[in-house]
Design a binder for this molecule. Sequence first.
Ligand code: PT3
Length: 344
Amino acid sequence: STLKFVTVLYRHGDRSPIEIYPTDPYKESDWPQGFGQLSQEGMKQHFELGQFLKKRYTGFLSESYDRHEIFIRSTDVDRTLMSAEANLAGMFPPNGSEVFNPDLRWQPIPVHTVPAEKEKLLSFPLEDCPRYTQLMNETEKTNIFLNMTETYKGFFAMVRNKTGLEKLDFGNIWSLYDTLFCEAKHGMRPPDWVTPSVMETLKVLNNFVYQILFGVYKRKEKCRLQGGLLLDQIIKNLSNAAAPDSKQEVKIMVYSAHDTTVVALQEALNVFNGLQPPYASCHLIELHQEENGMFTVEMFYRNDTNVSPYNVSLPGCSQRCSLQDFVKLTREVIPQDRDKECQI
Ligand SMILES: CCCNC(=O)[C@H](O)[C@@H](O)C(=O)O
């Protein structure tokens, strides 16, 4: 078979926390670039991912950077823009004739974006959809959600007391976990109340938040209003690449985004593993043409740099899924008229 087109979606690299909690011993000034910024660890993670992609697609992409072959789009957020730049530094170090400064093994490559308030492809959950808000309110009335709230009632009370967070619920527990995770990752000793077991419980609650965003209750409808928008665009690109007189020159489309973007897409594909995607984790969608001329879609998820990317197959389809079946099996999460579906 021949590889014809690749879509890459990745989460940005390691960053500083987005915010702190009232009793946090660490402040924004403890972070070299302040809150929400890509760290040097994050830059390295994406440089490595870029090198991985270069190797994986040797023979598919030209040896040197060719602007007709690749298109990169990022959300308009420093950490994703910078992740894409670090990624490209790993993917396309200039060879001979491309070197413009002998002391610099780097060449500029465009990273496209749209203003945050206009971003509808790579930022999820989109907050412009009253029906989605209603679905999230309904989710909070499901037994699963009520059981989680009841089970962890005491834990939430303890954490509220220790953090000084008046309001602490599934709406913001993910942020507390994130802050503690970032601080621990960067060698900042946590307060004594943050024991390994407390961290483990926070991790479970954090993952539950990612699970309910686009799943657990009315997954298909939530996905039609959210990740289905991205999947729709990806399928359009696949179909264009597979068209007989295809005018599509781009061979690889790269999206630089967030953990929630990866989850939104994977829930739409019904392949989400229920865990917050790690830094620089990467979902790959490859379009192949078989000897018999048929087009097939193959997917992989790289969430651990120590092992090869995992095969990911659409439920109801094989690892090499015909494009026809891929389109048919995902149709129910592609919005037909999202504006109408969002109205309540
Ligand atoms: C309000 C902050 C939301 N969080 C983000 O934007 C982060 O980039 C998050 O999506 C991530 O992938 O770390």
